[in-house]
Design a binder for this molecule. Sequence first.
Ligand code: FMN
Length: 334
Amino acid sequence: VTDLATDYLGLKLAHPVVASASPLARQFDGIRRLEDAGAAAIVMPSIYEEEIEAEDAAFSSLMEHGTLAQPEAAGYFPGHSAELGSLEGRVETLHRAAAACDVPVIASLNGSTPTGWVEFAHQLEDAGAAAIELNLYRVPTDPARTGEEVERDWLETVRLVRNAVSLPLAVKLGPWLSSPGNFATKLVENGANGLVMFNRFYEPDIDLQTLTPQPDLKLSRAYEIRQPLLWIALLARRIGASLAATSGVETHEEVVKYLLCGADVVMTTSSLLRHGPEHIATLKSGLVDWIDQRGFDSVADIRGRLAAARLAHPEAYVRAQYVSILTGYGQDGK
Ligand SMILES: Cc1cc2nc3c(=O)[nH]c(=O)nc-3n(C[C@H](O)[C@H](O)[C@H](O)COP(=O)(O)O)c2cc1C
């Protein structure tokens, strides 16, 4: 038998295929379906900083004036009303799911300003979350702010969440940093037990009829593994944290590639939205077949075989690859 066991954030998982944050895990039944389909762990969709702050504001206004007021900023945030109690249902779902499921149910918080909303993490801990995934999604649009200032806020946010809970903490981050490895190291120093790489950014298109931005959501394709794949290879075994791969998993081949580069778990959303949660079984059996056919005997056996920690000069290696890709283009007649 092939041993697929892995460790993520100190959680013992039967295998490395995890359902990343998505609407599939929004309701109790969806979470159960993911567990039945074989997910090794399940991340619930994020609770956003804006939702928590809107609810806090509504609560304060109720206390002060006896009425609910919609804060201005909520206008930018469709679907997130300041209705009191709207988060209560989400926490209740987590509570039920955590009690009913044998696999870890991970709660996700999404925000990046180091303010009071982070205290909400404590409620997620009380409700039975196995871990917290903190998604630091923010596009720093102010040209006056330096990268260092932006990162300082993010690190402070991580520290506050770290202090609010004793649960394992994963941080989901974007790739757009001058020195991702350095920031990853600082995340770990500030309390992250794992990194989820990377956030996908959903840049809008433009509608040439209406001259307005057109946000739409395209599910990922397998070629999108490449950026997280490179960074997982560069960071594996070098930063003292678990690494979760997210983006671009469609078949077991992407799962295998991520593991070879050093991922501890491999997350998927797009493939499950495309093919249904039952696709997890296909990914898993493809992984087992690949391991068997290649004469390996476990996930531990293949993990990190292509991690850059084995290289003496990773930066020179990556640079050399870049140059040879560009200068080699067309030379094989393609
Ligand atoms: C419809 C949809 C909803 C998502 N919701 C969340 C969310 O609530 N929180 C979060 O951190 N990521 C969210 N994501 C991002 C996914 O967790 C995942 O990181 C991303 O889709 C890349 O992985 P994939 O290529 O397997 O889809 C969402 C993705 C999709 C497609």
